[in-house]
Design a binder for this molecule. Sequence first.
Ligand code: 5GP
Length: 390
Amino acid sequence: MRIEEDTKLDYKDVLIRPKRSTLGSRKEVDLERGFTFRNYTPYVATDVLPDGYPVVQEQFRHYRGTPIMAANMDGVGTFEMADKLAEGKMFTCLVKTYSVNELVDYFDSEMPERTDYVAMSIGITDRDHDKFRDVYEQTGSKLKYVCIDVANGYSERFATFVRGMRNNYPNIVIIAGNVVTGEMTEELILAGADIVKVGIGPGSVCTTRIQTGVGYPQLSAVMECADAAHGLGGHIIADGGCTCPGDVAKAFAGGADFVMLGGMLAGHDEGGGEVITKTYETNEVTKTDDGFYESVYEEKQFVTFYGMSSKAANDKHFGGLKEYRSSEGREVLVPYRGAVGSTIQDILGGVRSTCTYAGAIRLKHLNKCTTFVRCTQTHNAVYEKNTIGN
Ligand code: 5GP
């Protein structure tokens, strides 16, 4: 047994130090990023001119967009969410549970943004491999991204699967995770991943740390994995643990290329899911015309949201929890929040504002412009429960 003594940080442990800046307004901030992926070989369309000379259409960047991602979770990683986010050049990893036919219908469309901003997600079983092959063969170059997602990215089998996918499909972008340390990030990139997904246990509906005692403080994981990945020309996703736009900004500031969100995007129309109305008795009373006092009731609307390793997810998709497993996720009721557009605007507005405080005219520069300060309290919560608008 060994103890690592140096302090590891979560988003709640730091603030970003404001700096002198020449930026006039947050409108000037550019949140788009362009990436060229390490292992990916783009499909290059060739045309032939009338005189017989081929014209090669070059693709300078493999990706350009606002690097926020919807997680591959029920209620978040849906086709509807993907189409909505893609309108704003944001990314979605679809849930693993769509069928081959559903995926083929979705990707084989006349909407190029589905190719550029949406990944099919799979696990690492033979069935997952076959499923990917079936969708890929029927959609061809329209399927550009695959997210190979397991809770524990440290198994030998996972790296072997990633290597196999890279060998079989040299012209796709491989997202692989989850891991939290530099050496495993490097291993996955060398095995053929373009983008490594970082985060074990920080998620809003995750109970892995409670069930297993395993995890790594998320901001430090992001900083260490980003450093490892960037040294090899790879990229990373900060996956999980963001509770507010400020956390998203801290993830980017810590070196994340993409930030993946589950809970922050849950509860919206685009995630599907039934809206449940509950009635609560408030602590107010009202006076009726005949002088009596009556309790005041209020209705609140919710949507259920659950971790993909929770009992709820296992019941829904796999006929219950296997006897050798325990649940590693919660099922919760999140407030119903309508269309996702205003939530997205809120997140992007926050990140843009961070950039102006830090003096970064582009999101790309935020990492370099950032000095984190350690803190014991990030914000004043005295009126949090009394808030009636913001
Ligand atoms: P959030 O943005 O909600 O904090 O975190 C989302 C991330 O939590 C997902 O992208 C995924 O990595 C992780 N996650 C989703 N479901 C579960 C689960 O049931 N258990 C665990 N340990 N992690 C989960």
